[in-house]
Each structure stands twice: as C-alpha cells, then as structure tokens.
Design a protein around this ligand. Structure first.
Ligand code: BES
Ligand code: ZN
Ligand code: ZN
Length: 468
C-alpha cells in the first residue's frame, strides 16, 4: 500500500473526514442526513454519494472525544479495517487543515495500522487498499517521520508473523540489512566464531543445538557532532524459535514461539524509524539472534556457562534462554562504551500474569530514560507500567554453585526477577527493561489490526530515541 501526502487536490474513490468536517464540506442534504442517521448508533459512517459528490463514497468518523487521542487512533483503525473489508482500493484521508498536525498524525497512525494484513502465504492475497492520500495540515517533514513510524510498525509485524522456517538468524540479518539500506545505519554481524572469541558462553550455549548458527547483529548510527564513543544502546531478544530446549515446552506453549524474536524486530524497526525521522543522538542496537533448539549437543539444566563478562550462570531451566542471550549482548554494548542500556524482550510468561496484554511492564534504574519512555508511550497510545526493581529481586536469582542462576525462586515475581538478572549484566550502566511478551501479540482482531503481531513499542521507542 502506498501512502502519500496530497500536494494538489485529488479525486479518489473515498473521502474520509470527521462529522465536524461534514458541515463545512458542502455535501448534499441527503448525504448529511444519511451520515447523521448512521452516526446515531456507530462511531463511523460510510455512505455512497449517489453522484451527489465528487467522491463515490463518504466515510465519516464521529467527533467523539477529540481530546482523547487513543480513541481517535482506534476509530481510524476500525474504519480502515471496515473500508478494506468492503473492497475500497483508494482512500482520500481528509483532515480539515484547520485541525492540528497532531490529529492528522493520529489519524494516519490509526489508519495505516488498521489496514495491515499478513497474507503473503496465501495463494490468493486478501484485498488491499492500494492507495491512501492524506490531505491535512501535516508538513512534509512531519509526514515523512510519521510515515517512517507506520511503515516500521507494519514491517515489525511482518518479521514477527513470518514463520520461523523463513525467519532464522540469517534471514533476520538479511531483513535488517534491507531495512537499513539507504539510511546512515552501519550494519555489523558477529558470527558464531566472533561470539566465541568474545567469550559469549551464554549466547552460544542457547544457540548451539540448532543447525542455524547464532549471530549478534549490531546496528550503529553516529549522529553528527556527537562523540563517536558515546552512544545509547538498545538490546532486543532475537530468539527466532523457542522450543524451550531440553526443558521442552508443551506443544500448546510452543505453538507461537516464532514470535520470540519480537524484541529484536521491535528495536530494529523503531531504530530505522528514528533514523528516518531525523535522530540527533548516537544510538547502537544489539540483537542476539539464536534458535533455542534441541539435539544431542544441547545445553542442559544444571550446566554452568560463563557469560562474556565472566559471570558464571547455573542453568536452572533451558527455557529461560532470553536472559542468557541478552546478557552477552549487554556485555558487548557495555564494552563498546554504551552510556545507557535498554532491553526489549518477549522474556517471560509471568508478564502476562502481572499486567495481561494491556500494559508493557517497564523496570530499571535509569530513572531519566524511564520517564522519557513512559511519556513516549503515553503519546503513542501504547500502555506501559513501571514495576519495582530492587536488590531483593536479584536475591531471588541466587545459585548455590554459580554466581547467578537463570531461574528465580518458584516463579516468584517472575517478570521482575528476569529483569533483575539482566540488570546484573549492566554493572551500573543506567539500565531499563521492557517485557513485551504479552503485548506483542494479539489473539484476535483488534481496533488497530488483525490477529497476530501488534508491533507494540515500535512507535514509543522511536519517539523515545528522538527525545534523547
Ligand atoms: N519466550 C518465553 C517467554 C514467553 C512465554 C513469551 C509466553 C511469550 C509467551 C521465555 O523464553 C520463557 O520460556 N520463559 C520462561 C522462564 C522460566 C522457565 C523461568 C517462562 O516465562 O515460563
Ligand atoms: Zn524460553
Ligand atoms: Zn524465549
């Protein structure tokens, strides 16, 4: 689907506006009446123009709670879904120029998320809206950065939805290279040999039973005028498939484990959107890409592995692998000179128990960045909620035989103790962690898209990076 900005007046199949715009757009009384009738019981109306307007159809979003951006965004998402279903192919998204740029952005965000479909594996692809033209007060610059965000959300959803067969570590690297092409992002790949040289015993233990070898993908953006050695780091869990290892998952729990690279997909796409949107600070992204699989060479419960920072880790469970690969990615970020480290991961089932699919749990000691990311989330309509993270949580990860265990005590505070494990590897570098395991996936169609990957946090993290 191509989204563009109207530079001159356009004539397309649909016009889409708010019921407030209806008053000023000079539609025929019959049309106004029909719109009013439909809006009595629904949040939007679609009506054929019966030759009474330059457009064939008129779609109207009810001017409900214009002060609530989340509501507006969802409204436009729902409308996009309905229009696409009805067979529309081109939309003229009209936002009265008197309205703010913010409203136009929000409408665009909702609309572009609502039209998303994952149909590349269908013999006959689903119907798509092919063209969206936006008429609004949005400046060309703002449009460009908003477009980068919505395209990145769609791309993030794609990467997560694609089956693990077609999204192993190397596929992911190729996809990342493609996304970074034409941007100022430098792509570096540490292969298994380079990881071994760097002493990444934790990452390599997780990846060693898969024929698809582990990689640490590093993406760098150096902002003009910034000290080359100073940058902020984001690490994303890239477990391309999580069988659970020898502590194998029951088949129901394994079913969706292609989404276990969601942290990496989110960080990658947020980063690309931020760079396209004019990132001003140096940022590096560390994505450990592995497959947690099983063979005769698999790592075992009770094994003790040595991470790249020298910490020995007792394997309490081979299914707690995300924290192991992130630990080594964090060490690489730290030794490269990161000023702060943020981790994003589908890390625990316990996140679902804590906050469900509604809020992303956030925790850490980097108060300044946590404040920024919470604000970015609020403005993006993505819900995030801070959890406590204290030394007591780290004590839950004690091991009798090694420096630390990769499992806590009976799952107590499971989401936070996983965060405490990661915090250990920050060694005092300002740290924050977001567990996207529930929110990155929706089991049913929702206002902003179909069942499947949601692309949660792409928007918030892009805004966060732009606010650095
Ligand atoms: N990838 C899972 C977490 C997960 C679970 C993501 C459900 C999405 C949906 C992770 O690697 C895992 O299995 N974690 C274990 C840790 C436990 C063994 C300490 C968990 O949460 O059960
Ligand atoms: Zn696991
Ligand atoms: Zn996992």
């Amino acid at each position: 689907m191509k989204i563009s900005r109207a530079t001159k007046s356009v004539k397309t199949e649909y016009i889409l506006c708010s019921d407030e715009d209806v008053k000023t757009l000079g539609f025929a009384p019959e049309i106004k009446k029909e719109i009013k009738r439909q809006l009595k019981t629904a949040s939007f109306a679609v009506c054929p123009s019966l030759g009474l307007s330059a457009y064939q159809h008129i779609a109207v979003v009810k001017k409900v709670q214009w002060s609530n951006n989340n509501h507006i965004r969802r409204c436009y998402g729902k409308l996009a879904f309905a229009l696409q279903k009805s067979g529309a192919t081109s939309i003229h998204l009209f936002i009265d120029a008197k309205r703010s740029e913010d409203l136009a952005s929000i409408a665009l965000q909702g609309f572009a998320q609502g039209v998303y479909r994952f149909d590349r594996y269908l013999k006959k692809s689903k119907h798509h809206i092919e063209k969206v033209v936006l008429s609004s007060s949005l400046s060309a610059k703002r449009f460009k950065s908003e477009l980068a965000v919505v395209e990145s959300i769609q791309s993030c959803r794609d990467l997560i939805n694609i089956p693990a067969e077609d999204m192993g570590p190397d596929h992911f690297v190729q996809a990342a290279k493609k996304l970074c092409k034409g941007t100022a992002i430098q792509v570096k790949v540490m292969d298994a040999v380079a990881c071994k040289r760097a002493g990444m015993g934790a990452l390599l233990a997780v990846g060693r039973a898969s024929p698809r070898k582990p990689r640490l993908l590093i993406l760098e953006f150096h902002a003009a005028g910034n000290n080359k050695k100073k940058f902020h780091a984001l690490c994303g869990k890239g477990v391309c498939f999580d069988t659970g290892g020898l502590g194998i998952k029951p088949s129901k729990s394994m079913e969706l484990m292609r989404k276990d690279m969601g942290g990496a997909a989110t960080v990658l796409n947020a980063f690309v959107a931020a760079v396209r949107g004019g990132l001003k600070k140096s940022v590096r992204v560390y994505l450990p890409l592995v497959e947690n699989n099983i063979d005769g060479n698999a790592f075992r419960p009770g094994d003790i592995v040595t991470a790249a920072d020298g910490t020995t880790i007792e394997i309490g469970h081979t299914d707690a692998e995300g924290r192991l690969v992130l630990a080594d990615a964090m060490t690489q970020a730290r030794s490269d000179g990161a000023r702060s480290i943020a981790t994003v991961a589908t890390l625990t089932g316990a996140a679902m128990v804590a906050l469900g699919r509604i809020h992303v749990p956030l925790m850490g000691d980097d108060d300044a960045h946590m404040k920024k990311v919470l604000l970015s989330a609020q403005n993006s309509g993505e819900k995030m909620w801070q959890q406590p993270l204290e030394h007591d949580h780290l004590l839950l990860m004690r091991s009798a035989n090694a420096d630390i265990s990769n499992t806590g005590s009976n799952g107590e505070a499971g989401c936070i103790s996983a965060g405490a494990f990661l915090q250990h590897f920050a060694h005092g570098t300002p740290f924050m962690h977001m567990d996207i395991s529930p929110c990155s996936w929706s089991n049913k169609n929702h206002d902003l898209g179909p069942q499947g990957a949601t692309g949660v946090l792409v928007h918030s993290l892009c805004s966060f990076m732009l606010s650095l």
